[in-house]
Write a protein that binds this ligand. Structure first.
Ligand SMILES: C[S@@+](CC[C@H](N)C(=O)[O-])C[C@H]1O[C@@H](n2cnc3c(N)ncnc32)[C@H](O)[C@@H]1O
Length: 235
């Protein structure tokens, strides 16, 4: 649905002001899940399954799903039998996922409302790119993980095969915003999406950021040719 003069577009600048980012996600919340599936050609479901597998969850594990949004990522994790908490600072996103039966907590990634050493595993899917201080968010994730706890970051990344990368960048910067105009309630948010992906560190640079935050055993696997990547590490 195109935005009208009565509803000014909500768009976070690439400076990623936290209030603007939260308001932008509040604005897309209602149609977030379906828009995601359309724009990723259904790939999002496979990416979530791979994220769960990378976390190697066991029944009874206590797991933080940070920047969980509508908790679509959290229910996938909870299917392992682990106790999973969805945390996000967009109340609109949490509310849009109210029908999903997992505990939900309003939380800012830069100052998590959890004690040190609380979780066996922590994950953040398509959220880290949106925080305005990535090292602080990673430090917070490490603080709330038990020593040796597993971290998995699932995020858009850089396709490795150059011709594919060229086609993908065309899709990202031109076709995706055009399609979003048809399916999203806030198409300008998807211009931000494209720009934030283009500006995001590649697999190697994100690996360095995770290592710099004090994590060990940093590794990654590409998905869909590197459109997205899963980084795994130990606290
Ligand atoms: C693209 S959505 C991802 C939602 C979900 N993890 C998924 O895979 O569909 C990004 C989420 O990050 C959240 N977010 C961004 N910055 C945040 C912060 N500083 N603290 C908490 N949540 C944040 C947004 O509110 C939004 O719900």
């Amino acid at each position: 649905m195109a935005s009208t003069g009565a509803n000014p577009p909500q768009r976070a600048s690439l400076e990623k002001d936290p209030a603007e980012v939260a308001a932008m996600f509040d604005g897309v919340a209602r149609r977030y899940d379906i828009t995601n599936t359309v724009l990723s050609f259904g790939q999002d479901r496979g990416w979530r399954k791979k994220t769960r597998k990378a976390l190697d969850l066991r029944p009874g594990d206590i797991v933080l799903d940070l920047a969980a949004g509508t908790a679509v990522s959290t229910v996938e994790l909870a299917s392992s039998g682990a106790h999973c908490v969805a945390a996000d600072f967009s109340l609109g996103m949490l509310k849009a996922g109210a029908h999903r039966d997992v505990p939900k907590v309003a939380a800012d990634a830069l100052s998590l409302p959890f004690a040190d050493d609380s979780f066996d595993a922590a994950t953040i899917s398509f959220g880290l790119r949106n925080v305005n201080d990535v090292p602080t968010a990673l430090a917070e994730l490490r603080r709330v993980l038990k020593p040796g706890g597993r971290l998995v970051v699932c995020e858009f990344s850089t396709p490795t095969f150059k011709p594919f990368r060229t086609v993908y960048m065309e899709y990202l910067m031109k076709a995706l915003p055009a399609v979003a105009t048809k399916v999203s309630s806030s198409p300008d948010a998807y211009v931000y999406l494209a720009e934030s992906i283009r500006a995001w560190p590649d697999q190697f640079a994100l690996g360095d950021l995770i290592r710099d935050a004090g994590f060990d055993q940093v590794r990654w696997q590409n998905m869909t040719g590197g459109i997205a990547a899963i980084h795994s590490a130990r606290a």
